[in-house]
Design a protein around this ligand. Structure first.
Ligand code: GDP
Length: 528
């Protein structure tokens, strides 16, 4: 392929899915294609391996799970691919959402037997808010799953996104025979005895008699032709503009575990997905193609990677220009010059020092407490990227310090951890007894909070779980807001003084929404 500029060859994406859909399996296969790992099992086994990326925190060690997400990179056909890992199981946290702000596109992985599940839905919403392209991989076709048309309908009904199948499966489960690539008119044959051996047959179209020959099951072929015709007549047309805006998702079918359909998916996705996209800043749009100076923003801070030193690593997404080790940059919020020297790490397979990186890449910076989520670093002209939104926490606790004498350290620690984005801190609104409330997206964040306050600030805390499950940032006309503030129970303010309403359940929330038709209830502090 033709030589691309560093920016044009970058593809930075996150995989969004529900636990068990096959994200680890898919990631592993993608890394295999990129030659980043040599044998299957490396991704899964990393938790125990010498180069384990996720055993930084004691909690991680105790639990054997990764608390925060990391980055994997590989080269494929001239592309430099960065996959942002989004924690899924018990370690789901606000970081998972924030990581999506560093991605230029997303791969939505769905278990074809289960369809759209809860966590996928949550992550999809964040992608939708950003308007990034979303590529869908329907997984586990080697097992009996749901009807592909039904799955397409579900995308539209539950997620509000239209879809365009790039390929179409022939059979499923026991009868799974392959996937037809609608663009290249190629048939990939599935061989259950040896799924890794994939025969690719060039056809003249779905009516090609070769299809009958190789599939050998009349009924299956007839059904396939019928379905494809229906798609051509009644389905959406391929529209790259809509794909780029995230309004149409290309669908791929396959079986990650057998590596089936994975390469086709990767190749189409790399071609259709954008290189590092322009981003809005206080000085207008920063386009990495035309803005040659280095810039980037912090989207995640990981603490305690080395408990002996209590250091932190701030993850920076490069948005333009080139990073070189030792370069001078401006920390815009602090108005300070920084030298990006020392243990600047590139969080790849093994954490190595990086000498050079480009727009789209992620680097880890040693953080002695200088960074906050959303901070901008620039070279030359100063500007800041948009603030990072807060996302609706789902678990809440009232927090108090056990020893009143340690109040100062407690407040300091709480402030620092809020700044870092480890938790969200709220205060009760208009209550005689002001109370501090901690909100988190994943319950593990409570443990991290407790652990860090104790280890870094020598403070013991008491957390009392509260019954709320939803937080909504509210805004509306002054008069109605005044009534709302007077009448509504369980109001709090966030760290910027914005009013947030807490609800126990969906029913309670719907009731409030119906009662105050002119008030907007937002799921994130961005009011989007
Ligand atoms: P994650 O939780 O999304 O990372 O999912 P994993 O990659 O750990 O996969 C969850 C389970 O699904 C594992 O038992 C996998 O072996 C299985 N799995 C993944 N992909 C496929 C597939 O294509 N077909 C079948 N039958 N099982 C799969």
């Amino acid at each position: 392929m033709t030589e691309l500029k560093p920016v044009q060859s970058r593809r930075t994406f996150a995989i969004i899915s529900h636990p068990d859909a096959g994200k680890t399996t898919l990631t592993e296969k993608l890394l295999l294609f990129g030659g980043a790992i040599r044998e299957a099992g490396t991704v899964k086994g990393r938790k125990n391996s010498k180069h384990a990326m996720s055993d930084w925190m004691e909690i991680e060690k105790q639990r054997g799970i990764s608390v925060t997400s990391s980055v994997l990179e590989f080269l494929y056909d001239g592309y430099h691919v960065n996959i942002l890992d989004t924690p899924g199981h018990e370690d789901f946290s606000e970081d998972t959402y924030r990581t999506l702000t560093a991605a230029d596109s997303a791969t939505m992985l769905i278990d074809a037997a289960k369809g759209v599940e809860a966590q996928t839905k949550k992550l999809f919403k964040v992608c939708k808010m950003r308007g990034i392209p979303i590529f869908t991989f329907m997984n586990k076709l080697d097992r009996q799953g749901r009807d592909p048309f039904e799955l397409m309908e579900e995308l539209e009904e539950l997620l509000g996104i239209r879809s365009y199948p790039m390929g179409w499966p022939i059979g499923m489960g026991q009868s799974f025979s392959g996937v037809y690539d609608r663009h290249n008119k190629k048939l990939e044959l599935y061989n259950p005895e040896n799924p890794k051996e994939i025969d690719v047959i060039q056809l003249n179209g779905p009516d090609d008699p070769k299809l009958d020959e190789v599939i050998g099951d009349e009924g299956l072929v007839a059904q396939f032709r019928e379905e494809l015709e229906l798609l051509d007549v009644a389905g959406d047309v391929f529209d790259l503009d809509l794909i780029k805006k995230g309004e149409l998702t290309p669908i791929f079918f396959g079986s990650a575990i057998s590596s089936f359909g994975v390469q086709t998916f990767l190749e189409h996705m790399l071609k259709l997905s954008p290189w590092p996209t322009p981003r809005e800043s206080t000085k207008g749009i920063i386009d990495p193609l035309t803005h040659n100076k280095f810039s980037g923003f912090i989207f995640k801070i990981q603490a305690n990677m080395n408990p002996a030193h209590r250091d932190r690593v701030a993850f920076l997404r490069i948005t333009s220009g080139k990073f070189e080790r030792g370069m001078q940059v401006k920390h815009v919020r602090l108005g300070k010059n920084l030298k990006l020297a020392q243990p600047t790490q590139f969080l790849a397979q093994s954490r190595s020092i990086v000498d050079e990186a480009h727009a789209g890449d992620i680097i880890g910076l040693f953080d002695p407490g200088t960074f906050r989520i959303g901070d901008t670093l620039v070279e030359g002209q100063e500007f800041e990227f948009d603030e990072m939104p807060h996302f609706s926490p789902e678990h809440f606790s009232a927090i108090t310090v056990k020893e009143a004498l340690k109040h100062k350290s407690f407040e300091k620690g709480l402030h620092q951890l809020t700044e870092e984005g480890a938790i969200q801190l709220f205060k009760t609104y208009n209550r005689f007894n002001e109370q501090q409330i901690v909100g988190v997206v994943g319950v593990l964040q409570f443990e991290v909070l407790e652990h860090r306050l104790k280890n870094e600030y020598h403070v013991d805390i008491q957390l009392e779980r509260l019954p709320f499950s939803f937080a909504r940032w509210v805004d509306g006309p002054e008069e109605e807001m005044n009534t709302f503030k007077k009448m509504q129970r369980n109001l709090v303010t966030d760290r910027d003084g914005r009013i947030v309403a807490l609800f126990d359940n969906d029913f309670q929330m719907r009731t409030a929404i119906d009662k105050y038709p002119n008030i907007q209830f937002y799921e994130n502090s961005f009011y989007k």
